[in-house]
Design a protein around this ligand. Sequence first.
Ligand SMILES: [Zn+2]
Length: 189
Amino acid sequence: MSKCQDCLQNEVFVHFGEEKLCLNCYNGRMAKRFGVVATSYPEGVAIRDGLGEVHHFQLRKRLDPIGIFMEAEELKSAGHDFKVQGDLYCDQGELLLQLIAKAERGMGERYVERGTFPNGQLYDSIKNQRLAGRVECNPTDEGVPLLVVDGKSYTWEEIGKMLMACEGFQVKLEIIDPYKEVEWKTETK
Ligand SMILES: [Zn+2]
């Protein structure tokens, strides 16, 4: 990883034209340009999912000409990742709360359930006849992406196996912007 060309300390996070800057220095440039300062925020948070398991997230805030972006990225590979966007002059404390609330909602429901066959073999199934996830690049196969569900990555082969129990049923696949919310029409009991 290369170092930021301004502070020569932090890792490069943004390519700003020809320049390679860390998040702090990039935000500093934006602050000068727009007169908006990135207010302080926690470096990380720990959030419990719907099953009580704790997930650790790194938080980031990025100032941008079109708004303020905040992201909570789970500190593990192919984990949960939540993003929110606010207006450049928004209440940044409120934006942080929105991000945490989105992460809590996003982890409130588990989509995949692990079961055991009588012979002891493990299998995964789709719990409530619905599934949401994030498309991620697959480091071992450039031709097919992975799907991250419940903060865990699955191959399409694995997702396909989960669908074996749903033969004959219809499936709806909808692509959703990462800054939007995954919403379901009906809640599960
Ligand atoms: Zn820097």
